[in-house]
Design a protein around this ligand. Sequence first.
Ligand code: ADP
Length: 356
Amino acid sequence: MKPNRYKDRFFDLEVLQWSVPIFLATTAFIFELVEHSLEDGLRFDLAFTGETIIFGLMGPIIIGFIIAWMRKLFKAEKQAIAEIHILNLDLEAKVTERTAALEQRNTELDKANHELQKLDEMKSEFVSLVSHELRAPLTAINGGLEVALQSADSLSPASRHTLEAMMDESARLTQFVQTILDISRLDAGRLTLNLGPVAVAPILYRSVEVVLGSHREIKWNLPSEIPPIWADEIYYEQIIRNLLRNADKYSPPEAPIEINVHVNASDISVEVADHGEGIAPEMQKKIFEQFQRGHKGESAPPGWGLGLYFAKKLTEAQGGALILHSPHWLESNASGSSFSIAMPVTSDEPNEGDDA
Ligand code: ADP
């Protein structure tokens, strides 16, 4: 409601407060005068005076008070509305001010975000460039070392040992560069996945052979029939090898590693369980992040804290899931860990030769 309307009403009541009682008093007085004159001639006796006082004075005074009370109510209402109006104006000003501040903050955030994205792109490009540049010399070094090792018989044991150590380190560096390259491609959405039906068991056997050879006891728990999964064979094998390498690195050499395969309705889950010391709950929260290492220092097994990050991202990019459970066993001193990788099952048959 507009304050003007109240102003008018307030003014009307001020007029009424005086005009109505005066009108009523005059009418009552004239009425009493006429009535008493007609009845028994005009005499200012008790009846005339009493009735004039009651109808001509008290009535109009009461009505005057009622109108004055209504005026007071309207005045209070008017004042409240004026205050609300001022509050509204104040609020509107504040909202406008805050909206402007928020818009400015948004613009700043957009700018910062844009800069961060640019930096991230630059970082990815840099990492990818460096990795590319490192790959060629590393291939040459690896080739040279292999050739040198072929004629190792003519070398002294010390030289042969040095060459073998160089070969190992070079292979590790090559693997590192390849991982970094794959991660930067995956992060940039440029890693090409060749998804198709994949037979699980041959990959498990091959991975165990390559990663663990015969130096570790393996407990197999495979169903007789394992349907194929829908995955990129090369990257799936890379994930499995990674899990086996970790189980090997982080559990005592004499303890067996268990491989369990579960055939579910919509996926096949491969679980690699070890008898290591397990992974603390705090570490479990960040274990799949980049460069997170639970084992650090001189005596820690070699690693860069990238394996699980890449494994999880790769698994998810293929529509699967990688889950960690630790403790896995009930023994308190070697509670162990298990990593389960579940991939979608498919009814398509893998190509012949994939099993090789
Ligand atoms: P890296 O092995 O190169 O350090 P990963 O990403 O593969 O990197 O693993 C991250 C960390 O998780 C490791 O440093 C280790 O502390 C912990 N971890 C991984 N696998 C296991 C395991 N099977 N048992 C105990 N700790 C593990």
